[in-house]
Design a protein around this ligand. Structure first.
Ligand code: TRP
Ligand code: CA
Ligand code: ZN
Length: 328
């Protein structure tokens, strides 16, 4: 490389650092007078949006393509006890290991078959205050499970990889989980929660669940189980100008339930399953009224074609926003 080429690169690095410093100044909310004598101080939500990364939806979709290929190579599914499940877990684990996470595979049995949870810890932070995001990785046997729940699994994975890319040093400890055998009745997540001592359950500051975030005829539903966690997501979508509704379809229907049952504050997002989108919902969110949020829910057509990119993108960005905000 020429010496002028090197100096160009060095200058670019310095300007990136300078830009980072500007973002950091905004994110710590300097007095309004210093930023803009006439304007109001930036709202905390806006400052944190600046700090949290924009998750590249292309990366999330690349994970979905890999999960689809895994299903296609394994009788069309990624279900508990089938080879497509373990191959899905191995794919996610390899990405996390390469990014510097400490990964643990927890084994359990259900229905005579071995199941697996994958837990990934980001080294550092206060382990007495754990911010935890999770999603189930198993499909039903009928299909590849790309919206349910490749979408949540891929969004959580890409958020974890963004933590690594940012070299994030959060105040709280970060943990990510991919659950087995949710489709058999939240078996993996319940096994995990039961395996924790009372003391370790109390160290979980928050558990955030993502089960279906790319529904093809999407809605934007926020869990209302915990007001603080609900507010984080509502703030994000308000900043983006996306209306939300409270999630009412699935209380107790996904992996947040075992956490909630032992007193852990839970939150999450959901883009809709078999329920029909109303005219009012189609008005505010677009899409087709009188049709299910996901017509391919638990069917063989839940493929990579069964995903709305805008919903996948917004919800993935919302996961990152929540992780950055809650762990800071
Ligand atoms: N848990 C369901 C499944 O995996 C999906 C589901 C339906 C859901 N309704 C929900 C998840 C509401 C969360 C919230 O098949
Ligand atoms: Ca994005
Ligand atoms: Zn699901």
């Amino acid at each position: 490389m020429s010496s002028s080429g090197r100096s160009l690169i060095r200058r670019a690095a310095i300007s990136v650092t300078a830009a980072g410093a500007v973002v950091a100044t905004l994110a710590t909310a300097a007095p309004a007078a210093q930023l803009s004598p006439a304007g109001p101080a930036p709202a905390p939500a806006a400052a944190a949006v600046l700090a949290a990364p924009d998750i590249p939806v292309a990366n999330v979709k690349a994970h979905l393509s890999q999960l689809q290929s895994i299903a296609t190579a394994n009788s069309g599914n990624r279900a508990h006890g089938r080879p497509g499940y373990k191959a899905s877990l191995d794919y996610i684990k390899a990405k996390l290991d390469a990014a510097g996470f400490t990964t643990t595979v927890q084994q359990f049995t259900s229905g005579g078959a071995t199941g697996y949870n994958l837990i990934a810890d980001w080294p550092g932070g206060d382990t007495d205050n754990v911010v935890f995001a999770g999603s189930h990785l198993d499909s039903v046997t009928a299909g590849p499970g790309i919206n349910d729940n490749g979408s949540g699994s891929a969004g959580v994975l890409e958020t974890a990889l963004a933590v690594s890319r940012a070299g994030l040093k959060p105040t709280k400890h970060l943990r990510f989980g991919w659950w087995g055998a949710e489709e058999l009745g939240m078996v993996g997540s319940r096994y995990y929660v039961n395996s924790l001592s009372t003391a370790n359950r109390a160290k979980i500051d928050s558990y955030l669940n993502f089960d279906m975030i790319g529904s093809p005829n999407p809605g934007y539903f926020v869990y209302d189980d915990d007001t603080r966690l609900e507010s984080v997501f509502k703030d994000f979508f308000a900043t983006k100008g996306v209306p939300t509704e409270i999630e009412t379809e699935g209380d107790g229907r996904s992996d947040h339930a075992p956490f909630k049952n032992v007193g852990v504050p839970v939150g999450g997002l959901f883009s809709g399953a078999e329920t029909t989108k109303t005219a009012a919902q189609a008005q505010k969110w677009g899409g087709t009224s009188g049709q299910a949020f996901d017509r391919c829910y638990h069917r063989s057509c839940d493929t990579t074609a069964n995903v709305n990119d805008t919903a996948l993108d917004r919800n993935s960005d919302a996961i990152a926003y929540a992780i950055w905000t809650l762990s800071s």
